[in-house]
Ligand binder design. Sequence first.
Ligand code: IMP
Ligand code: MG
Length: 186
Amino acid sequence: MEFRDNLKEILSPGTIQKRIRELGEQITRDYNKEPVVAIGILNGAFIFMADLVRAIDLPVQVDFMRLASYAGTESTGQVTITKDVELVLKDRHVLVVEDIVDTGCTLEYLKEILKLHRPASVKICCLIDKKERRRVPMEVDYVGFDIPRGFLVGYGLDYDEEYRHLPGVYHLNPVHEPEAYVPSER
Ligand code: IMP
Ligand code: MG
């Protein structure tokens, strides 16, 4: 069996790139020439971040954070920072770049932490919003795609650190754990 046999394409590379150009234009307009600090959340956002910042026509500084939540695939709400931001955020416009927002627990925690730096503003841009699965209220300022359910991989998103390198986004249907991962219909 080939590693791609478990995958069903949801977003093609071309669809993703087109949407990122639109997001970049919208962000460029909204910030109106103000400089931005883009913070990519590792590891999931590494590809999205690389494409998004190149679509933003503003002065942009780039930094990364890594957060760990103690769970297999389901968020527990217990989040810790394993790589902190290094740029100074005080009085800066911060744009958090995230792969996917699911329960919202990760970003709720992150927003509280970022407030301690006293930035001028904090906005969030995610590639995929799984709104139906929210456990805490979390509005995302810029959303690439709304995909209500299913476990997704590719374009930075992983299952057990695999599939991140794939150019599109796919529903994953692993053969070994059907109960936990069978994706629902969109
Ligand atoms: P939240 O705290 O539940 O919003 O967790 C969001 C994080 O869980 C994302 O940044 C991803 O790393 C991970 N995640 C949530 N859903 C998926 C998915 O469908 N595929 C891969 N990772 C996911
Ligand atoms: Mg993530």
